[in-house]
Design a protein around this ligand. Structure first.
Ligand SMILES: *[C@@H]1O[C@H](CO)[C@@H](O)[C@H](O)[C@H]1NC(C)=O
Length: 98
């Protein structure tokens, strides 16, 4: 229907998903990251999971954290600025993680 190149299709060597909303995308991304992390550190460690993001992130992130059972208090907002085009700075992310 969208006339995507063959490389985007599961029948090619791609395989992606087009989501209907940002919220849906965030839920799927967080669920995939949560599952991968819990597989590595143990299913009982969900309270240890931390999510990093821009301090300008939409409130929908707080709601989606609840949906995937990650405590919203484990969200770590990272300062961004217009001088960096509101992008997350790798240094600020690293400092937040440390
Ligand atoms: C995000 O961080 C920037 C840089 O420190 C600050 O100017 C801004 O007020 C912060 N925004 C929020 C919503 O905290």
């Amino acid at each position: 229907m969208l006339k995507l190149p063959q490389s985007f299709l599961f029948s090619g060597n791609g395989g992606g998903i087009i989501h209907g909303s940002t919220c849906e995308t965030i839920v799927c991304t967080l669920a995939a990251a949560r599952d991968k992390a819990l597989k590595d550190i143990g299913e009982d460690k969900i309270t240890k999971l931390v999510v990093y993001g821009s301090n300008q992130t939409h409130y929908v992130l707080q709601k989606t954290l609840k949906l995937v059972r990650i405590s919203p208090s484990n969200f770590r907002p990272i300062a961004i600025s217009s001088s960096a085009d509101f992008a997350l700075s790798p240094n600020n992310v690293r400092m937040a993680m440390e």
